[in-house]
Design a protein around this ligand. Structure first.
Ligand code: G6P
Length: 602
């Protein structure tokens, strides 16, 4: 899981400080406990606490850790075993010689646990992770060889970082699906589950790929194939950012900051790709005309907000390029589909580029013979590294767990791709569309500066037993995104329906306590949506229309009528609604309960 954070250090600095500094930078991804292990004169010093990293820091401030030059740290997002000090990582073996941190899930844990208990090991937590520490108690003396044997016995998806007090000059890391980044200076080495954690100390790093094991010593990183321990040459990738942790500043939360920053991100995603005369050019992204002409069918693979952007793109591709396209929930696609027609392009869309379901679906599509294009906000991510073509979203670092700017830049990037496909195939794309797109950021800035949601709506939603979002066509994906934002941030139960479904069941849920929010950024559906809204308001619902005028209790009028522009602007009031309802209910905004920024656990 990149839901968990991993950090490791070996070198002359005080390891505890480096570990805490790195973990802090991974905090935004969501976690529920934290811990560190250090080598302390031939034994392991261990401190773990349920709760925020701050809690662990307070404990360490009260009784400072020993000076140490090697250590591993972790922020845990519970999967196996509840949230407790005992279940927090690192874990150690019976003798206290090996310490490990783990991201992911070991699927054959029951079998391994039984075997270890049989052999007399004393297990102190309910986690699958602790088993690895005990498995490391026996086997070859060399930590790399020993871990490779243990890793080969563990099934599932994981990243492991281990240390052995008898080999205090090295850490060993192994990867099967969950990310690991490693970098070194002349006399030290750093490991983390995300390069962002390394940025204060390093400007470049390597990424482990699946089935690789790394021997990490000060100034020296060696990578081997897990299978046979054959050495592998790795490429260094630049680490973005200057090491400064972004600050939410006057916005108070990253969610609000990222929401307000959207127009800037939109300009960035278009820069150099869309010219003054409305021509799209993706050549710098390695996407040429010949390739664009060769595409016969598109399968989008994504989860969460990213999937909603894909659903919008399906509508646009059908309309503008007449290209058959489908948007698949990556978690379903990876298991169910067994056939892809020749000429199918798989497009994986993921903010983080690490979402495990999207990655697994991408690999599945590739096995079925498809070429893969990925749209990611992290060009060095696993999904990008495993794709034939990559479109960088350039949304900038997104910290809030709930996505705002990554979602809307995905919509724009996919619209640019749609336009590029249309132009390469000489489809009659309405020329005004792309001109209008260039103007959207400025209109959005003015809109955001002036827009306010009425208190009455916020209060009604905050107390509602549920909120219903409705849409048709492109607006169904917008309704889904609005509903996702609201439930992620405010924990108010909500659901999005195709408006046509309303009478076939959902209408039974509607009474005066249930707000019904209708998305109508495509005016062609206004007449039908007006009827749907009327059916709900006739039953007492607080009706909201976002887009065309529908005679709602609250009409949110958008200053752009053109389809993409209206869609992008329509996302803004929905994003604002979610945060304001969440604030009214006293919910934490940037890290909603139980959620993680990049879901690397199945
Ligand atoms: C998580 C996040 C969502 C996000 C989804 C896909 O569930 O909470 O906000 O949309 O993952 O993430 P990705 O990084 O692949 O876009």
């Amino acid at each position: 899981m990149h839901m968990c954070g991993i950090m490791g250090y070996v070198g002359p600095k005080q390891a505890a400080e480096v570990l805490l500094g790195g973990l802090k930078r991974l905090e935004y991804r969501g976690y529920d406990s934290a811990g560190i292990a250090l080598e302390d004169e031939g034994s392991i010093y261990l401190r773990r606490k349920a709760g925020a990293l701050r809690v662990l820091e307070e404990v360490l401030a009260e009784s400072p850790p020993p000076p140490s030059h090697i250590g591993i740290g972790h922020t845990r997002w519970a999967t196996h075993g509840g949230v407790s000090d005992r279940n927090a990582h690192p874990h150690t073996d019976c003798k206290g010689e090996n310490a490990i941190v783990h991201n992911g899930i070991i699927e054959n844990a029951d079998e391994l646990r039984a075997e270890l208990l049989n052999a007399g090991h004393v297990l102190r937590s309910e986690t699958d992770s602790e088993l690895v520490a005990h498995l490391l108690e026996t086997g070859p003396a060399d930590l790399r060889v020993r871990l490779s044997e243990v890793a080969r016995r563990c099934e599932g998806a994981y990243a492991l970082l281990v240390m052995d007090v008898h080999q205090p000059d090295r850490l060993v890391a192994v990867r099967r699906t969950s990310p690991i980044a490693i970098g070194a200076t002349e006399n030290e080495a750093y490991v983390a589950s995300g390069a962002i954690a390394l940025a204060p100390w390093l400007s470049e790093c390597i990424y482990l790929d699946d089935g690789e094991i790394a021997d990490i010593r000060p100034g020296k990183i060696e990578v081997f194939r897990l299978e046979d321990l054959e050495p592998i040459a790795k490429t260094l990738h630049p680490i973005e950012g200057d090491g400064e942790l972004p600050d939410a500043g006057e916005h108070g939360t990253f969610y609000r900051k990222e929401l307000m920053e959207q127009p800037i991100a939109w300009r960035r995603v278009m820069a150099g790709r869309l010219d003054d005369v409305g021509q799209v050019n993706l050549r710098d992204d390695g996407i040429d005309q010949e390739f664009l002409r060769s595409v016969e069918r598109i399968v989008f693979l994504a989860m969460g907000s990213s999937l909603h952007a894909c659903q919008m793109a399906v509508e646009r591709l059908a309309e503008v390029v007449h290209l058959p396209a489908q948007a698949e929930l990556a978690s379903e696609f990876r298991d169910t589909r067994t056939f892809l027609e020749p000429g199918t392009l798989a497009i994986a869309v993921s903010q983080s580029g690490e979402t495990i379901d999207t990655l697994a679906a991408l690999r599945h599509a590739r096995d079925l013979g498809a070429k893969v294009l990925s749209l990611v906000n992290a060009p060095a991510s696993t999904i990008a590294r495993e794709s034939d073509y990559v479109l960088d979203l350039r949304a900038g670092f997104e910290i809030s767990v709930a996505s705002t700017k990554a979602f809307t830049t995905q919509v724009i990037a996919l619209e640019l791709l749609t336009a590029a496909l249309a132009q390469a195939r000489a489809c009659p794309l309405p020329p005004t569309d792309l001109h209008a797109l260039r103007a959207v950021p400025t209109v959005a800035e003015d809109f955001l500066a002036a827009f306010h949601l009425p208190k009455e709506l916020i209060e009604t939603c905050a107390q509602a037993p549920g909120v219903i979002f409705l849409g048709r066509g492109q607006d169904l994906s917008l309704a889904r995104e609005g509903s996702l934002k609201l439930k992620e941030l405010s924990y108010v139960w909500s659901e999005a329906f195709a408006a046509g479904e309303l009478k076939h069941g959902p209408l039974a849920l509607v009474d005066q306590r249930v707000p019904v929010i209708v998305c109508v950024t495509d005016p062609r559906h206004a007449v039908k949506l007006r009827s749907s809204l009327a059916e709900a308001t006739a039953r007492g619902a607080y009706g909201v229309a976002v887009g065309s005028k529908l005679g709602a209790t609250l009409q949110v009028t958008l200053p752009l009528k053109e389809r993409i522009g209206a869609y992008l602007l329509g996302a803004l009031p929905l994003q604002l609604l979610a945060v304001e309802v969440a604030e009214a209910r006293g919910c934490p905004i940037d890290q909603p309960r139980n959620l993680a920024k990049s879901v690397t656990v199945e």
